[in-house]
Design a protein around this ligand. Structure first.
Ligand code: MG
Length: 118
């Protein structure tokens, strides 16, 4: 699941993941992310931090409460190190700093999915 309030970002990441054979659902804020997660239980989540209605940190906590095994990778902007640290403490598996390159996204996803199979 790709969660970001910026449509161009969702489009970009979805396109990339689809090209690599992943099935992707999107959410445009934290609230939609939590709802969609509970419905579909996606294998992994790419989660933006700054979003309206419900931010990524809150959504991360709620998703992990629903599913303690949830694999969430945070998408952060430069200068959000403190929030990223909080996210890791709340159970995020990894983080990617924007603007990120395609190789990093794919690598991070493959890493969490590999751990998922074990
Ligand atoms: Mg944002």
């Amino acid at each position: 699941m790709v969660v970001d309030d910026a449509q161009f970002m969702r489009l970009r990441v979805t396109k990339l993941l689809t090209r690599y054979g992943h099935e992707v659902v999107e959410a445009e804020n934290g609230e939609e992310a939590v709802r969609t997660y509970c419905l579909l239980k996606p294998d992994a989540v790419l989660m933006d931090i700054t979003m309206p209605i419900k931010d990524g940190l809150t959504a991360l906590s709620e998703i992990r409460q629903f599913d303690p095994q949830a694999k969430v990778i945070m998408l952060s902007a430069l200068g959000q190190q403190a929030v990223v640290l909080q996210a890791m403490q709340r159970g995020a598996r990894n983080f990617l700093v924007k603007p990120f390159d395609t190789e990093r996204i794919i690598k991070a996803i493959q890493q969490v999915l590999k751990r998922c199979e074990k």
